[in-house]
Design a protein around this ligand. Sequence first.
Ligand SMILES: Nc1ncnc2c1ncn2[C@@H]1O[C@H](COP(=O)(O)OP(=O)(O)OP(=O)(O)O)[C@@H](O)[C@H]1O
Ligand SMILES: [Mg+2]
Length: 410
Amino acid sequence: MAKSRVVASLDIGSSKIRTVVGTLDEESPMPNVIGVGLAPSTGLRKGAVIDVEETINSISASLEDAERMAGEPINNVFLGIGGNHIESMNSKGVIAVAQAEDEISEDDVDRVLEAAQAVTIPSNRRILRIIPKTFTVDEQKGIKYPVGMTGIRLEVEAHIITGLVPTIKNIEKCVLQAGVDINDIIPNNLAAAEAVLSKRQKELGVVVIDIGCGGTSVSVFEDGTVLHTAIIPVGGENVTNDVAIGLRTSIDTAEKIKIEYGSCMPDEVGERETIDLSLMSKIDTHTVSKKQMCQIVEARYQEIFMLVKDELAKIHRDGMLPAGVILTGGATKIAGATDLARETLNLPVQIGFPQNYDGVVDKIDDPSYATAIGLLIWGSKFDGKPYGSKSMNLKKSVGSMKKWFKGLVP
Ligand SMILES: Nc1ncnc2c1ncn2[C@@H]1O[C@H](COP(=O)(O)OP(=O)(O)OP(=O)(O)O)[C@@H](O)[C@H]1O
Ligand SMILES: [Mg+2]
């Protein structure tokens, strides 16, 4: 019988901490999900720790929840990092191939990726990922994976994702204190894409928009690899805050009515429809207009999609991605989000339900689990040797990226 090992992922969001546990069989390419854990995230804001103890407690609660369901202890996790401190840039690297008459080797690819990292990055930032976009061997451009080809000069165009060192360190510290080691750190926006995109969508051109609590992440794929990533610092909590301010309610009540009655289509709500707040709150006892609430909601979602449109315009892909838009993250569950995104972005839009895993856990058939499942899928492509977060260096980031990149190549 094939040997199976346990893998786990941890998505530390600003509103929820999600853990997913799966088993990996040597013969199956997909993880088999056996447990899920969910806990409210009370110690973070916009992806950064603001209360260490609360964060540790939330992580522990999420891990324990997943362990109970899986019946397996979790010793290490693939950790997702998101938030407004994440930035990305493009870079180029060029090297002379080591043995010109011979084939380009994996070592050459490593060297050229390292050369692409020789860019000025502020000392308080750390490279989380370097993603090869395309290689050029001598004069031949557009090569996806050059190993095995013959050439003298190897060039790479790469996408680099960085995060703030103190922010990452604080998250690492909380995870380690919660009692698990870290296998690898993966930017959340890349992880979500792993769970919701097919190879064909990545080839054709597609954008994944993850609207979470603290922000929105945008990841554009084309020709099978990453073309652009960006973080927009506006998310579901901004919608809730707008509702609270606009209708003079508490934040808790605003969150409840947004989730229960919110919609991005105020035109479909009658002028006279009202919500009696006393039915759901002891503090707020007045009655508010449902249409007005939905107008507030629509305005903020419209702003988010306009900001995504600006990101697409920066890379000349506004309205130009054949496989369209895939929406993930909890805030995309609001009624009318797909319609508003379609109108604003002028592209086909779908909700991204996680795929590419086995197992029957109903809870995760939900766009807010895309990141956690994507992290697990990423983990399933990793070689299984936990290397500890404390010493994670660039070389390792290149190594596991290379493995992921090879997974993309047909
Ligand atoms: N049914 C729903 N309708 C509208 N909004 C929703 C719904 N369910 C969840 N949300 C919103 O989604 C947001 C949480 O999404 P998600 O769980 O993806 O965030 P997170 O991963 O914790 O945060 P982040 O990714 O920003 O760190 C909250 O702002 C919440 O109000
Ligand atoms: Mg999230």
